[in-house]
Design a protein around this ligand. Sequence first.
Ligand SMILES: Cc1cc2nc3c(=O)[nH]c(=O)nc-3n(C[C@H](O)[C@H](O)[C@H](O)COP(=O)(O)OP(=O)(O)OC[C@H]3O[C@@H](n4cnc5c(N)ncnc54)[C@H](O)[C@@H]3O)c2cc1C
Length: 531
Amino acid sequence: MSETSKSSPTDDTPITDLFVIGGGINGTGIARDAAGRGLSVTLAEMGDLASATSSASTKLFHGGLRYLEYFEIRLVRHALQERETLLRAMPHISWPMRFVLPYHRDMRFESGTPTSRILETVMPWMRGRRPAWLIRFGLFLYDNLGGRKLLPGTATISLDGTPEGAPLEDRFEHAYEYSDCWIEDARLVVLNARDADDLGATILPRTKVTGADRTDDHWTITLEDQRTGGTTTARARFLVNAAGPWVGDVIQQKVHIETNEGVRLVRGSHIVTKRLYDHDKAYFFQGTDGRIIFAIPYETDFTLIGTTEGEHHDPDVDPVCTPVERAYLIEFANRYLAADITDADVVWTYSGVRPLYDDGAQSATAATRDYTLKVDADGAPILNIFGGKITTYRRLAEDAMDRIAEHLTIPKPAWTAGAPLPGGDFPVDGVDPLIAELKSSYPFLTDVHARRLIRAYGTLARDMLGDAASFGDLGRDFGATLTEREVAWLMTREYAMRAEDVVWRRTKLGLRLTTDRIAALDTWMTARGAP
Ligand SMILES: Cc1cc2nc3c(=O)[nH]c(=O)nc-3n(C[C@H](O)[C@H](O)[C@H](O)COP(=O)(O)OP(=O)(O)OC[C@H]3O[C@@H](n4cnc5c(N)ncnc54)[C@H](O)[C@@H]3O)c2cc1C
């Protein structure tokens, strides 16, 4: 199955085993897994890789503490198990993070979770509360459901006179502290695509699937190059619909199949402020409306606050953080922060659409975050993917391969657990030594520059820097430590085509570069030409 082949003497378009629609985390994760198992794979992404939901997440590998209140035990256990597997495979772009959950006994919540309903029935005087023992029990489960070797467990900490208490209102005297992991979501996607490519897959960014016709044994897929408008066709034995928010659009408008499954689009927005506090822990804030938000150290000099949840009806309408969502997040955070933030403190916002499996839940908050895989084999097979989280992408890909194996012969077994992503072949605690080594080989790098490169490229930072003996050897300086050599690397190795790909997804240097500089970068990239 691994070789591309011709299906009939009359049509010489090669037939690949797998064609994946969508270059978000689920599509690239499946492409990588499948390519490593010896299948021939093509992936088409209509925008830049990770240009939709997979660059707009809260960027956590997490079990999802709040899902325990919805009894989503399977999801939480799987996600918790995944955290350390993923962390080991990508210690450059993922790292452990401690979360501080401030607690005050007078806190009241409006909550319709299954747990709060039981509590109200059994202990009516508990109505509107999330008692301390319940939080401790949740954290006990969180510590133990998925197993932990690397991440420290829950602790109770004092907020009185401590760094963790400093940014908070005085009324908070105690907090619980637990572990999850940070993940650079957009880089995760591009590294999966890179690895898939290295394993033989064809990755086609800015290529839209506009239609797919089915015979009994293969699909003929029509592709439109989003830069030139040119169309081509591809053929594949098995089609994977990993179109995220567009999963329904692909089903109805592109492949025209019947299904009872649906997707529920739930928009989530974040705001970014200048750095609000001086330590590297994140906060978990509980709201009076029963929701929670995070405040997280972001890109060294900033704080990320989010998220919101609201219905979003059309995937083609770009999600943006609305003034109402902005005000909601500011007000929510200000119930905890000693020094109130205002609209003027917001330096950037972003918004994404969760493509949740429609399980008929009443509210967006209650809709399941677990994934559902559905194969339609009424002719050449198609796998439609609903829901899922960044955290569960590797397992989702393995489950997808199990479903694909019912229709294609897969030459090799599962392999991704324990296999590092490009640049991630070093120990979880190896970032600081790697930075020191890089600085000693390239003494002209500042601390900030060296750290950024190791956090982005890991052991491949050296390949990117090559024979440079001075900063000037890295070519044109685009500002904020971004140089011509790095941009060229991003264009040849990481599919970057426009400045926005570089400054908002391969890096987050857009937070530090002026619009003029970003425009100059775009002009330079366009003149250099796409790879
Ligand atoms: C606000 C928010 C916060 C979140 N926080 C977290 C978190 O902290 N941790 C976590 O684990 N998960 C989190 N998630 C969930 C996670 O981000 C998503 O589940 C995940 O990114 C979905 O990935 P995907 O590949 O399915 O979709 P996408 O990333 O949207 O990828 C689908 C891709 O398909 C492409 N496409 C669509 N139609 C076509 C076509 N016809 N031809 C070619 N390409 C097409 C799109 O352009 C898109 O890039 C969050 C989500 C949101 C919105």
